[in-house]
Design a protein around this ligand. Structure first.
Ligand code: ATP
Length: 663
């Protein structure tokens, strides 16, 4: 059930006042106008950590946020950042993710325990946060330290993330040490986890957004202190949550979104915050389909269009005040990686185009043969210090959507209209910029023919999109049924590929002793913030590939598994920092006695991929954007339905060696 509706039904009956009261049993309170104590936030984290019930998690957080809004609204932005474990908007690229070694050093310095002991404790507990907390607890201190505030902790974490240069290591250790020395109770646990870049209390960003929206509603009613019917509150809560989530997907920046939300609720928010060139919005995503018939089931009788699905990297191009920038699927600023893209774009902007946000695919281009090259050619490019004159493989942009033009959002216009504006305001430039090839189609045979054409032109398949009406708007961040992807691989019966995190390695044997011979891959489970092992992949790699994987992964080796690696019974020889995402195709999925992927979603057992085959490195995806457990469960269910079996685990396998196969 949707969390929002549950909280509505059960809590609104109590009326709004309850939300300005203390959480029952809370010992960490503060007065209006005082800074929010970090201990109060740590207590909420602890409560959230102690339950798996979504409703309870949302209630704890909503209550706390309501208190922050009514008592210390100036701290709200920082509270929210700490809840989602970030210190700046995604696209600013400012990250914590401090390595284990540095954290151990800081814990040792702050608590007077030596590093060997910390290592031993870490081996037992598997969580540096706990080690830090326990070490602090057993430490004799002369003076009770001054209580930490949310404001101070956040500022320090930001300062740590920004520290660069020669003595940055020492400075960072010093700052963490300073924070730890002031910690009391459970605070150290969460500070260390924040430094690691993973809070691991099962708090998803969507829950935080929902609670934030609800808290603004409750806070307003509490301040007005009028009696309101529970029906009305229920309606307001639902609307607030929907509006905030929509606005945030268009402008993912809490520093900008929170002030109008506090000032005038979601009504003012909707009015003030719009898609803005320079701030990447979350891209609309497509649903996979397995057959042309599925496309027709969805689109029959509607006006739809098929576009080539180019095989490159998503590029969201922004332009305002004469400045061009380009963002990846992940909202990473790629302007430096693609100086040639910026150069190309300048030539195709018509004079009547003053500002825009364009959705496109950047593809590797052979300028002598005038054709698309494999995507890998582009991923070889450096990410920084790229000079236009040194670039051998050029980038070609294929534009497929226009989201903003000359000061106006186009998100609510239908695709037909957006496409018209796109074509009116840009000029194609041979070998540099073109509109995605498209055809408006009505019969199955035509789709098949266009699909074949796209493959011949080195594309991956087709994107099928709704053209007209309310279903043809642009839906940021949504994987929508109004965009379907039809890839040639699906039609071969193997289904969509998986993007998986490389979390472990197996030493090679025979000729391969100097490299890893196989790898342990994992999907991401957002609920538990853990990586769940899904398969071992070891065949189909050339010697050269294994060497290059080794070079890349060896520096990421870590001595122990991360506490948030759910291995099931998999036993790799080494572990890696969760950094690398690979795209992988598999022959099929099976229920597994060994792997933990999607466990609990179908059965208590997990699911594994059989006969996985490496496709490519996905450096445009963060580990947390890897295929999630729900996607894995859905792929398994679809396979069961497609094979006509209602039975579970028809196939045996998924043993730890089940990964190797016929590819
Ligand atoms: P997803 O982005 O759906 O999570 P993914 O990153 O693995 O999955 P694909 O499954 O290959 O990507 O499909 C979607 C991607 O296809 C888009 O993100 C975009 O980069 C690319 N693409 C290429 N051509 C088009 C097009 N005409 N319209 C929309 N997207 C396109």
């Amino acid at each position: 059930m949707h969390m929002g509706s549950r909280i509505t039904a059960e809590t609104s009956a109590c009326s709004a006042e309850i939300f300005t009261k203390k959480v029952a049993g809370s010992s960490k309170d503060w007065k209006a106008g005082e800074p929010v104590p970090y201990a109060a936030l740590a207590e909420v984290f602890e409560r959230i950590d102690s339950t798996t019930k979504r409703l309870e998690i949302a209630e704890y957080l909503t209550t706390f946020l309501t208190n922050v809004i009514t008592r210390t609204p100036g701290d709200l932005v920082k509270v929210i950042y700490l809840c989602i474990n970030r210190i700046a908007p995604d696209y600013e690229g400012l990250e914590l993710g401090i390595g284990e070694g540095m954290l151990k050093k800081a814990i040792a310095q702050a608590t007077g325990v030596n590093v060997n002991h910390i290592n031993a404790e870490y081996k037992k507990a598997g969580d540096l946060g706990l080690v830090a907390m326990n070490s602090r607890a057993t430490q004799a201190t002369l003076f009770k330290p001054k209580a930490l505030t949310v404001n101070h902790v956040f500022n320090k974490l930001r300062e740590i993330a920004k520290t660069t240069g020669a003595s940055s290591q020492t400075k960072k250790v010093g700052s963490i040490n300073g924070l730890l020395a002031a910690c009391q109770g459970q605070e150290a646990k969460f500070i260390i986890r924040s430094c690691e870049g993973k809070l691991r209390i099962g708090l998803a960003e969507q829950t935080v957004l929902g609670s934030l929206a609800h808290a603004t509603v409750y806070a307003r009613h509490a301040q007005e202190s009028k009696k309101v019917s529970s029906d009305r509150i229920a309606k307001e809560l639902e609307e607030a949550s929907k509006t905030l989530k929509t606005v945030f997907s268009e402008c993912p920046n809490y520093d900008l979104v929170i002030p109008p939300l506090l000032e005038g609720g979601t009504e003012l928010l909707r009015e003030k915050i719009r898609i803005t060139p320079g701030i990447p919005l979350k891209p609309m995503l497509a649903k996979p389909t397995k057959a042309i018939s599925e496309v027709l089931d969805r689109f029959e009788g509607k006006k739809f269009t098929c576009e080539y699905k180019y095989d490159g990297e998503r590029a969201q191009v922004h332009f305002a005040d004469g400045k061009l920038s380009v963002f990846s699927r992940n909202s990473e600023d790629m302007s430096v990686k693609y100086p040639d893209l910026i150069e190309h774009m300048q030539k195709c902007i018509k004079p009547n185009t003053q500002s825009f946000v364009l959705d496109a695919e950047a593809v590797a281009w052979d300028k002598d043969e005038h054709k698309i090259l494999p995507f890998q050619e582009l991923s070889k490019r450096k990410r920084k210090d790229v000079k236009a004159e040194d670039i051998k493989v050029k980038v070609h942009i294929f534009a497929f959507d226009l989201l903003y033009l000359n000061g106006e959002s186009l998100l609510k216009k239908d695709l037909e209209h957006r496409r018209e504006l796109l074509r009116e305001h840009f000029t194609p430039v041979e070998g540099q910029f073109a509109f995605a090839k498209s055809r408006d189609i009505y019969a199955v045979e035509e789709i098949q023919a266009f699909l074949d054409e796209s493959i011949q032109d080195s594309c991956e398949g087709l994107m099928v999109k709704m053209m007209e009406g309310d279903d043809a708007t642009y839906e940021p961040s949504r994987r929508s049924l109004n965009w379907l992807k039809l890839k040639k691989d699906y039609l071969a019966g193997v289904g969509d590929s998986f993007d998986l995190v490389v979390i472990g390695g197996y030493h090679g044997r025979g000729k391969r002793t100097s490299v890893y011979g196989a790898f342990l891959l994992a999907c991401y489970d957002p609920e538990s913030e853990s990586y769940q092992a899904i398969t071992k992949i070891g065949t189909g790699f050339s010697e050269e590939m294994l060497e290059s994987h080794y070079k890349f992964l060896h520096p990421l080796e870590i001595p122990n598994k991360k506490p948030y690696y759910d291995l099931g019974d998999a036993k790799p020889d080494v572990f890696f920092e969760p950094k690398v995402v690979w795209e992988v195709l598999a022959a099929d999925l099976s229920l597994s006695p060994v792997y933990s992927a999607a466990k609990g979603l179908i059965e208590t057992r997990g699911v594994s991929l059989r006969f996985p085959r490496f496709i490519r490195i996905r450096d445009d995806k963060d580990p947390d954007d890897a295929s999630n457990s729900e996607f894995v469960a859905e792929a398994y269910q679809r396979q069961v339905v497609a094979s006509g079996g209602g039975g579970k685990g028809k196939k045996k396998g998924g043993g730890e060696d089940g990964g190797d196969g016929f590819w």
